[in-house]
Design a protein around this ligand. Structure first.
Ligand code: CTP
Ligand code: MG
Length: 200
């Protein structure tokens, strides 16, 4: 396996109030935490999109596409990671890689069980309660066979909140491995102080 990492750090950060590429946690940029975890967990190299690295795209998937275009020759697999998840650990990265190494899936996603009761709503009205046992919350880094992710990106141009969804639309196989509760996503400004409290 020759594994290459992509950390996406572009975007406007509308919900946070600033682009994730500019956010600092514990004295280091969010993307630095992610890059270092990918390298420590087994990626041979990492490219950063946004934050002064490669120029980002309009949508997350466009930023990933820029990163895919910069993957070094000879890479066989790619890990796509959100800069917005700085608390990812090398051991989670290794878990994703080890599952990829089995070789039976196009994509591997870290996922954690949903704790809360989930309800479908329409405005303020509760419509139904969704069966929780069949639901997981999906994180990054997500790992892929490079050729599969490239084909999935080429197959359509719909927006997607993660890369696994592109693989699903393309008809590929995605499997999950246990994620980490601490691997939270910084989406709103208040999430930063939660991440600070969890810093190693
Ligand atoms: N991202 C990116 N390029 C984009 C949009 C998002 O590289 N055009 C990255 C962000 O930097 C982040 C990850 O994708 O690390 C997840 O995106 P999100 O947290 O939704 O960031 P934003 O899209 O910037 O925020 P918002 O949706 O609140 O505007
Ligand atoms: Mg977004």
């Amino acid at each position: 396996m020759n594994i290459h990492g992509i950390v996406v750090a572009a975007g406007s950060g509308a919900r946070f109030g600033a682009s994730k590429g500019t956010v600092v946690l514990g004295g280091r940029a969010l993307w630095e935490w992610g890059r270092d975890a990918l390298l420590a967990g087994g990626a041979a190299s990492v490219v950063v999109v946004g934050a002064g690295g490669l120029e980002g795209g309009l949508r997350r998937r466009d930023s990933v596409a820029r990163g895919l275009a910069a993957v070094p020759y000879g890479a066989s697999h790619v890990l796509v990671h959100d800069a917005a998840r700085p608390l990812v650990t090398p051991s989670l990265v290794r878990r994703v890689i080890d599952r990829l190494a089995v070789g039976d899936a196009d994509g591997v996603v870290p996922a954690i069980p949903v704790r809360d009761t989930i309800k479908r709503v329409d405005g303020e009205s509760v419509v139904e309660t969704v069966e929780r046992s069949a639901l997981v919350a999906v994180q990054t880094p997500q790992g892929f066979l490079l050729e599969s992710l490239r084909a999935a990106h080429a197959a359509d141009d719909n927006d997607a909140s993660d890369d696994a969804l592109l693989i699903e639309w393309w008809g590929g196989t995605v499997v999950m491995v246990p994620g980490e509760e601490s691997n939270l996503k910084i989406t709103y400004a208040g999430d930063l102080s939660i991440a600070e409290a969890l810093l190693p």
